[in-house]
Write a protein that binds this ligand. Structure first.
Ligand SMILES: [Zn+2]
Length: 93
């Protein structure tokens, strides 16, 4: 029985994946769960299979350049304000 759950490379077969997917959380067969815990290839395959088909890459596109510029300018403005505030607080009265 266990042989059908693993393929020739020793990784989970489609039937093994189906059995893990069908099991309630925390109740997957110990042999399959032990292999999955230690095998990056099977973890990757399981995660890819869990994504809805046609889903674009989860990586988000970079923000527009103008937004990055605004963030930099705001940061510089905050630094200048902190420097001015430091001078004002240090000034002798
Ligand atoms: Zn594996």
């Amino acid at each position: 029985m266990a042989a059908a759950l693993f393929d020739a490379d020793g990784c989970l077969s489609p039937r093994g994946f189906a059995q893990i997917s069908a099991a309630p959380p925390g109740r997957a067969p110990a042999e399959l769960a032990a292999h999955l815990a230690g095998c990056a290839r099977c973890q990757r395959r399981l995660l890819v299979a869990a994504l809805p088909s046609g889903t674009p890459s989860p990586r988000r596109p970079p923000p527009p350049l103008w937004r990055t510029g605004v963030a930099v300018v705001v940061c510089l403005l905050l630094v200048v304000m902190a420097m001015v505030l430091t001078q004002v607080l240090r000034a002798p009265r």
